[in-house]
Design a protein. Structure first.
Length: 81
């Protein structure tokens, strides 16, 4: 089984809700099952947004953590049809 690509989405700075989740959706459209999307965001609304998106889409949230300067979400694409 081959390992997927890693896609970085940098949605830090002036990108506020719903910008970060919109950037995730754009990356997801170009992703394939097995790819990993790592998202960096500074908008505090991103955390509940990404949890809701994961629940709605059925993809896998590998990690969600707060760092001093950003929120990092690591998503494994598993629900593409």
């Amino acid at each position: 089984m081959s390992q997927g690509n890693k896609i970085l989405v940098d949605a830090r700075g002036g990108i506020a809700c719903p910008g970060p989740i919109t950037e995730v959706v754009k990356a997801y459209r170009n992703a394939r099952n097995g790819d990993v999307i790592e998202v960096w965001a500074t908008d505090p609304g991103f955390e509940p947004d990404i949890r809701a998106w994961i629940q709605r889409t059925g993809n896998q949230l590998l990690e969600l953590r707060k760092e001093s300067d950003k929120i990092v979400a690591v998503i494994k694409v598993t629900a593409k049809k």
